[in-house]
Design a protein around this ligand. Structure first.
Ligand SMILES: [Zn+2]
Length: 476
């Protein structure tokens, strides 16, 4: 299959993080979860992925153009790639052909000459094979096939599955601009993050080009191929007046259920912009794939749901809200490290509770008190700001994280609480942060001290009591 033609789109990530000091690099490497993924030796500005997929054979033919900057003097560049299923045929560093090597699941590219700290460089990697999900502590994650017959694909890569389909620096805080040029057989479609720029046909194939300025972490990059019905919707950002176009896609046989279950996304969008501030990206959409998924995933600008998440009765609508909230908290403001996962999941879960309150079902206070009772029945507590690598998706990270925000809301009052949430996104938009930064931020939002309250909720195993309800946060 032919790749689509290349157009110059790389402009560098919209927000480039500051260079790290050597001490920063060492301390981040020492403290982080899943240290075998990613490197602090370089940071990425942009990925430009040319991908040709043959669904009959399940074969992916890829060429990745990576623009990066050295954080220290480099004699080799390390990238994450599932080398058990994909092989590298050819590689260039700064335009010079080099011999690719490997170290476990690390692709190692020798630099033709040392790249000094702060110097931009480019990589071009031709690779291919039959991609599939990667074995991780959280099950099989990443690229997978969908449908019956298996002629579609999906990507659900959180947290460690990005190397299943492209070579990357697989750290949640290495955020970059992305371009995808995806060639599929005519009659198939390709969906990826960001905006569809171009769709062109050549003989029996079609090329779909998407661009997302990001910045986006590799685990939030997504690609879906197959046959979909599309639906366009519009919503207004209530803070800026901007009209945003959303796009949903789902298999034809799930149209009725999916259309109904996703129908309140425009209302969510408008409501959430009121609570959380301006929507951070250029577009949004939901893709339903013809496969069961354990959980939906909040890929940036394009969340994915399994066919098991649509039933025509809005049974899983809370998850539709949850994934949209992640676009602010988790994607735009993202993690320095997976240990801080409560900053994603606690916020998105609290967004579910706020949505319930908004549509006249149980109030956030009612849900928080029920969640607190169920947490109190568990024998072992969890330090949710450092739950351990194997427990980043433990239910308690979600519910105790959301209870933490509710306790803060009861302490601050609604006006200060929502101003604090909006400012948290506004100040840290496009960057990666940690729990200490959140505690400091919350502390600045009120003359009262909230550090002891937050420390108890986030760092003690013992479950603290919820403050008593106050009138303004108990609407039902
Ligand atoms: Zn989530």
């Amino acid at each position: 299959m032919m790749w689509c033609s290349r157009r110059a789109l790389i402009r560098g990530a919209a927000l480039t993080p500051l260079a790290l000091t050597a001490a920063d690099r060492l301390s981040r490497r020492a403290e982080r979860y899943f240290a075998s993924h990613g490197t602090y030796d370089h940071r990425t500005r942009a990925y430009d992925l040319h991908l040709a997929y043959d669904p009959a054979a399940g074969l992916l033919d890829g060429r990745a153009h990576v623009h990066a900057v050295a954080e220290r003097t480099l004699r080799q560049v390390h990238l994450d790639l599932d080398l058990a299923k994909l092989s590298v045929h050819d590689a260039l560093v700064d335009g010079v052909s080099v011999r690719p090597g490997r170290k476990g699941n690390k692709l190692v590219l020798p630099a033709p000459r040392p790249i000094t700290a702060g110097t931009p460089f480019t990589l071009e990697i031709a690779y291919g094979g039959r991609p599939g999900p990667m074995r991780t502590p959280f099950g099989q994650i990443g690229w997978d096939r969908t449908g019956d017959p298996h002629d579609g694909t999906l990507v659900a890569a959180q947290p460690l599955g990005a190397p299943s389909w492209f070579p990357c620096n697989d750290r949640p805080d290495d955020k970059a601009e992305f371009t995808f040029r995806v060639t599929v057989p005519r009659g198939h479609q390709a969906l990826a993050n960001g905006t569809l720029l171009e769709r062109s046909s050549t003989g029996s194939t079609e090329c779909w080009t998407y661009h997302h300025p990001g910045p986006m972490a590799p685990y939030l990059a997504a690609l879906y191929t197959g046959r979909f019905t599309h639906e366009t919707w519009h919503a207004r950002d209530t803070t800026t007046g901007r009209r945003v176009t959303g796009r949903n896609a789902y298999p034809v046989h799930l149209s009725r259920q999916a259309r109904y279950d996703l129908a309140r996304q425009p209302e969510m969008f408008e409501t959430f912009t009121g609570w959380f501030g301006p929507y951070p990206f250029e577009t949004y959409g939901a893709v339903v794939v013809d496969a069961d998924l354990d959980q939906p995933v909040e890929n940036q600008t394009v969340s994915v749901f399994g066919r098991n998440h649509v039933d025509g009765d809005r049974t899983w609508e809370t998850l539709v809200a949850h994934e949209l909230v992640h676009q602010w908290y988790g994607n735009s403001v993202s993690l320095r490290d997976w240990r801080d996962i409560w900053l994603n999941e606690g916020f998105a879960t609290y967004g579910e509770w706020l949505w319930s309150e908004h549509i006249g079902e149980d109030s956030a206070d009612t849900i928080a008190r029920a969640a607190w009772h169920s947490l109190a029945k568990k024998h072992d507590g969890l330090r949710i700001a450092d739950p351990g690598p194997g427990r980043i998706f433990d239910d308690r990270v979600y519910t105790r994280g959301a209870c933490t925000l509710h306790a803060l809301r009861l302490t601050l009052g609604d006006e200060r609480f929502f101003a604090m949430l909006r400012a948290w996104h506004d100040i840290h938009r496009g960057t990666s942060i940690d729990t200490a930064a959140f505690i400091a931020h919350a502390g600045r939002s009120t003359p009262a001290t909230v550090e002891p309250l937050l420390s108890a909720w986030l760092y003690d195993k013992h479950l603290p009591p919820l403050p008593p309800p106050c009138a303004e946060s108990t609407r039902s």
